[in-house]
Design a protein around this ligand. Sequence first.
Ligand code: GLA
Length: 345
Amino acid sequence: MFKQQPFGTIADQEIILYTLENKNGMIVRLTNFGGIVTSIHLPDRDGKPRDVVLGFDSLHSYIDEHPYFGCIVGRYANRIAHGQFTLDGVSYQLAKNNGENHLHGGPEGFDKKVWQAESFQHGDDAGVILEYLSPDGEEGYPGNLKVRVVYSLTGENELKIDYTAECDAPTPVNLTHHSYFNLNGQGEGDILGHELMINADRYTPVDEGLIPTGVLQDLTGTPMDFRSPKTIGQDFDQVPGGYDHNFVLNKKGGLSLAARLKSTVTGIVMDVLTTQPGLQFYSGNFLDGSLAGKEGKVYQKNYGLCLETQHFPDSPNQPSFPDVILRPGEKFHHQTIYKFNIEAY
Ligand code: GLA
């Protein structure tokens, strides 16, 4: 079932807030500004509704500066060193918005765009199709890129995100979703007590600017080892600055389980399934209490975490990483599912 209501306007364009609801009482709200998921409510094991993502109550807070709450990130999610890369012998300079580096598609990335939107209902699934045409040269990227993101909420408590893109000139593409999850409920303390499993034997170590060194490092015996579930807090002190790392997912192709996150307080469990090769686990290290979130909640350090399915950071400059160049005639296609379950007492 779905509903839509006005959420405001940007330069005379109408911004809509969509509400998707399934038969289990799970409710997802999202908007065509930035493809932002503004809330995910579901009943915990006592039947009490919890909103498990950080965000804002009003559109203007999303237009103002914020750390990518709930949005679609593109054209290239994560960092590109010095905002530079060479493609087919031509060098490109992208906007720098993270020190010397390019982050999340630049200052006016896909998270700041108004997307064309159309809602649908297919049996138990309700969703919204979002489309955006990124023009040649936007933030320094070559070629026009036609992007389509389909969000759907299924009867099995899955928030499915299906990404496709096509171009008219070769260009790097890396799309992700940037919700900050807190399975205790938004504003209800930090996520250090959450249990996390990440299905990865290796990760990509980074330099001070969070640019990968190019090595695919075995994580055995390091604080990065989440192969057996452990609390995020367990080895947290050994990770300077907190977790903000790309994990090399163990996979043989297709959609597979990347991570499982669990709150023992609410019994809410979230599985992350993806076709993508990498997962950025970011523990909300830059949250600092300066943002007033939904219902007046204040988001302190580590009050939410992101599990961003993606290609590896800085891939256009890393020959050993999987290829991220989309060429005319090819279709970029990835899928990620955030699936929620409740564990009884
Ligand atoms: C990503 C990055 C982080 C940070 C956040 C946004 O997850 O990896 O370093 O930039 O986005 O604040």
